[in-house]
Design a protein around this ligand. Structure first.
Ligand SMILES: *Cc1c(COP(=O)(O)O)cnc(C)c1O
Length: 381
């Protein structure tokens, strides 16, 4: 079945006892056993929950993986996955990581004993160089497009370097979503999501997931999902799956609107750089065209001028909410250095191009003319 069909039907079988077309939300924390030790596959809701299993079946189908484990947030998914490593194991991570992932690696996992090396840039050669620096390479972590600079990494090429060193290759697919990019088909072993973003899609539920190519690969994560217990509640998993049903539809419009926005921004004064993988002058355009089936809904811009002018542009936005997060139906504008990326030290941020003049737009699915008019008045205001 095609993506849109899987999004609506996977993990959404009618209820066996009542026939309810939409399966009931299973709130029970515990399950009654006929004879002690004899149960129907459910004992306690941290370990197994039917509503969570429905979401897991849906997300596994969307990424074309064999198995999925859902979590209470994207960072809980990351925490659990990285906890399958042992002190002394080595990670290669991309140069432009989500701030919270970077903080978890640096402030929790490095002191805990993992060796972490970051790539110098998004090129496949940078991934090969970084692997060579590790004593015991175990896991490769990449994001593409990256946050907030929207660099594009060639997943197949980076994964090939990782596999040569026997590493597990993980892609944080939050920005593209499985509607635009399916890393498991490009050679990755696992995919991580913050479902809080495009998959949930309505800015009303926090969640995360790990999807693996094979059931066996997910096994250590599945064990820790229960043993650590960072699981999502049934109301949250229900809402996330409800959002996932329209992911394909929404992504089409996000892509159209972001492309139109990027084209329009080129005509405006006061912007020194427009970053969108769909623009032919984007350095990763050719790779994005090959490995994605749409360029996404995120557009970053560099404002001509300092922090003060950039703040003014933000405060003049009316339709775009100045807020963290992304991927919802409503448009958002984020100032990474004072918001999402504040936990990355200034020198490191600036060396990577994340300056005080950078703004990241999550282009929503409102009418594009209203969105363009809003950004135009905020910039020329
Ligand atoms: C938001 C985000 C995360 C973290 O997910 P939470 O649901 O906020 O814990 C991880 N990676 C990327 C790319 C994100 O945008």
């Amino acid at each position: 079945m095609k993506f849109q069909t899987r999004a609506i039907h996977s993990g959404s079988d009618p209820d066996k006892t009542t026939g309810a077309t939409i399966p009931a939300i299973s709130l029970s924390t515990t399950y009654t056993q006929g004879i002690p030790g004899e149960h129907k596959g459910y004992e306690y809701s941290r370990s197994q929950n039917p509503t969570r299993e429905n979401l897991e079946a849906c997300l596994a189908a969307l990424e074309e993986g064999e198995a999925c484990a859902a979590f209470g947030s994207g960072l809980a998914a990351t925490m659990t996955l990285l906890s399958t490593l042992r002190p002394g194991d080595g990670i290669v991570a991309g140069h432009d990581l989500y701030g919270g992932t970077y903080r978890q690696m640096e402030r929790h996992f490095r002191p805990w004993g993992l060796e972490i090396v970051y790539t110098d840039d998004a090129s496949e050669a940078a991934y090969a160089r970084a692997i060579a620096k590790l004593a015991r390479p175990k896991l490769m972590w990449l994001e593409t497009p990256t946050n907030p600079l929207l660099d594009v990494v060639d997943i197949a090429a980076a994964a090939a370097h990782g596999h040569k060193a026997n590493m597990i290759v993980v892609v944080d697919n939050t920005f593209a979503s499985p509607a635009l990019q399916q890393p498991l088909k490009l050679g990755a072993d696992m995919v991580v999501h913050s479902t809080t973003k495009y998959i949930g899609g309505h800015s009303d539920v926090v969640g995360g997931a790990v999807i693996a190519k094979t059931k066996a690969l997910l096994e250590p994560v599945r064990f820790l999902q229960n043993a650590i217990g960072a699981v999502p509640g049934p109301m949250d998993t229900y809402l996330t799956q409800r959002g996932a049903k329209t992911l394909g539809l929404r992504m089409e419009r996000h892509c159209q609107n972001a492309m139109a926005m990027a084209e329009e921004l080129k005509k405006l004064p006061g912007i020194s750089r427009i970053i969108y993988p769909g623009l032919p002058d984007h350095p990763g355009h050719a790779i994005a065209k090959r490995q994605m089936c749409g360029f996404g809904g995120m557009v970053s811009i560099v404002i001509e001028g300092d922090f003060e002018r950039t703040k003014k542009v933000c405060s003049r936005m009316k339709l775009f909410s100045v807020a963290e997060s992304l991927g919802g139906v409503e448009s958002l504008c984020c100032h990474p250095t004072s918001m999402t990326h504040g936990s990355i030290p200034r020198e490191i941020r600036e060396a990577r191009g994340i300056t005080d003049s950078l703004l990241r737009l999550s282009v929503g699915v409102e009418h594009v003319e209203d969105l363009i008019a809003d950004v135009r008045q905020a910039i020329t205001g």
